[in-house]
Design a protein around this ligand. Sequence first.
Ligand SMILES: Nc1ncnc2c1ncn2[C@@H]1O[C@H](COP(=O)(O)OP(=O)(O)OP(=O)(O)O)[C@@H](O)[C@H]1O
Ligand SMILES: [Mg+2]
Length: 318
Amino acid sequence: MIRLAGVDKTYVVRTKAGRLRRLRREVRAVDDVSFTVDAGEMVGYLGPNGAGKSTTIKMITGILTPTSGEISVLGLTPTAQRRELTRQIGVVFGQRSQLWWDLPLVDSFELLHHVYRTDRARHDHNLAEFVERLDLGEFLDVPVRQLSLGQRMRGELTAALLHDPALVVLDEPTIGLDVVSKFAVRRFLQDTNRERGTTVLLTTHDLDDVEHLCQRMLIIDRGRVLLDGDVAQFKAEHGTERTVVVDFDREVSPLRLSTGEVVRHDGPRQWIRFDRRRTTAAEVIAELTAAHPVRDLAIEEPEIEDLIRRIYDSRSPP
Ligand SMILES: Nc1ncnc2c1ncn2[C@@H]1O[C@H](COP(=O)(O)OP(=O)(O)OP(=O)(O)O)[C@@H](O)[C@H]1O
Ligand SMILES: [Mg+2]
């Protein structure tokens, strides 16, 4: 479905330095990236801000030309055969819309039916199914600019999949979404992948997305692929730390605990890191509540930045 071989992308940035001088700076956004995605896979492309995720997606969808290396998507060269490719793939950019801003949602869908020249019955069937699954019925007559981000994103997904693409590529489809919309987006992508066999490649900096959706993930950092592997196996190896955030009823000095370690404190709040393989959150919480009256508790998953740091640490020689 997708094949990248030794792909680089360097942006040239020109900045003014003083009145006459212009500086030319190069930013290597994607650096020797190679991977393949097979038909029917659902792959997460994960990385922190500025890692090169969007740049990769833009090259895969034919918006940007690689500086060097080769890309093939559905057997096509994205930039050279962009129109042909567009007809066969679905694309969602979380930060940008493919819908007509001033038109009711349903009119955008109707326009896409003409753009893609899809079969009428097929279009109607898909639309009815997506509207039901994404709970869009109430919003069909609302102009896109009046929709909330979560409602619009559900509209974007529908727009991207109406023409039955074999591949859908999504750049940050869950960014900024409330929990309900995020879950709706995830479930929809999962069902589409399972029931229609649609290949899915999505970028995110939310590890939680990948854990819930993908069997395989690629982690990209500073333009390079740091890891390409099985999500469950990665979690077992690297995702073992959790943090309990506790609010006591008053300021307490950092506790000394047998179940975990206080890594930060701020007024009545303390952050306790523990290892899931050795102890459970319940045990940590029991120890905390026994020590002092607790007002509130939360459990935090590790951030992508923490995981990347740990991957580097585990690879550097001791
Ligand atoms: N048009 C551009 N001109 C110059 N530099 C750019 C351009 N677009 C991106 N960059 C730079 O390339 C690098 C990768 O950017 P990219 O948008 O691909 O990252 P990203 O992983 O999508 O990040 P985010 O999570 O913030 O969306 C960054 O250093 C960014 O500043
Ligand atoms: Mg991006």
